[in-house]
Every structure is written in structure tokens, then in C-alpha cells.
Ligand binder design. Structure first.
Ligand SMILES: [Zn+2]
Length: 160
């Protein structure tokens, strides 16, 4: 799910791509702690080979050896995004000293861990153009909605 060698020198991060999972429809649908994680902690990024990953915004400026573990979430499939982010919250958010304490103090409550929550996370990821790459067992940005390859802009691609 995550390791310190991804993105790699061979497949580095694409500096021109930045998106977010957050949307206004999150509020009331998912746990308030996760709304905040989507809104202000997780950056949706990708490598130059179009392999999508999430990164903690608060420690992204540090060398990987200076970050708490799991600062990067290496995604295997859209359906697993929710589970992967739950792990990210458990193993990174609590330990990253750059994340503001008001976020760390928000804990996801058990009632929100309902079966359809994972489906909501998958659907909202599909809405911003994320797709499974079954061959490489990773998540990619759908080339048909990808408008970043021909632009010089470093602006977020899928923000409203
Ligand atoms: Zn962090």
C-alpha cells in the first residue's frame, strides 16, 4: 500500500498534476474526520507514468526520511481507496507532527464505518476521473478526462 521508494527516480511525481477528493457532497455522507482529511490533508497526485497516489500535504515538503511513515498512499484500486485512507489516518495522521492538532483530535466514529461508505469513496474518486489500471494493479487518471498533459499549468486539475 505504501513504501518509501514510491514515487521512484524512474517514475517520479508529475509536478503538473494536483487534485482533491473533497467535494461539498462529502458533508453528511462520510465521517466528519474524513471530510477534513479529504479537504485539507490528502493531495491527489500521480507519477509521470500516470500512477495515482495520495500524499499528506503537511509533510510533502520534507525529505521522505524525515516524514512519519505512510505519508504516501500507493493505491491498488478505486474500490480500496476507503480502506487505504483509513490506514493512512491510523498510521500517518496520528504521527505526522506537521498536521494541525484540530485534525489529529478528530476521530472517526464506528457508526460511520457502514458498508456503503466505501462505495461513496469509490464513486467520488471515479467522479474526479480516477480509474483502475488492472494490468499494473494501480489507479490512474482516465486519459479521456485528463486535460493536464497538454498544459504548462501547475494549477489543480479537477478543482472546481
Ligand atoms: Zn504528514
Amino acid at each position: 500500500m505504501s513504501n518509501s521508494s514510491f514515487p521512484s527516480a524512474r517514475d517520479p511525481a508529475d509536478p503538473f498534476f494536483l487534485a482533491t477528493l473533497h467535494s461539498d457532497s462529502d458533508v453528511g455522507r462520510i465521517d466528519p474526520a474524513h471530510v477534513e482529511v479529504r479537504r485539507s490533508v490528502l493531495e491527489v497526485r500521480r507519477t509521470v507514468s500516470n500512477r495515482v497516489f495520495f500524499q499528506c500535504k503537511y509533510c510533502a515538503h520534507l525529505h521522505e526520511f524525515e516524514r512519519a511513515e505512510m505519508s504516501i498512499v500507493d493505491l491498488a484500486s478505486v474500490d480500496r481507496i476507503y480502506r487505504d485512507v483509513v490506514w493512512f489516518v491510523m498510521y500517518h495522521v496520528k504521527f505526522c507532527k506537521y498536521i494541525p492538532s484540530y485534525i489529529k483530535e478528530m476521530n472517526a466514529d464506528a457508526p460511520w464505518l457502514a458498508a456503503d461508505i466505501g462505495a461513496y469513496w469509490a464513486e467520488s474518486a471515479m467522479e474526479i476521473g480516477l480509474r483502475d489500471d488492472e494490468e499494473r494493479r494501480c489507479v490512474v487518471v482516465d486519459p479521456s478526462v485528463d486535460d493536464t498533459t497538454s498544459t504548462e499549468s501547475a494549477e489543480p486539475s479537477f478543482l472546481p
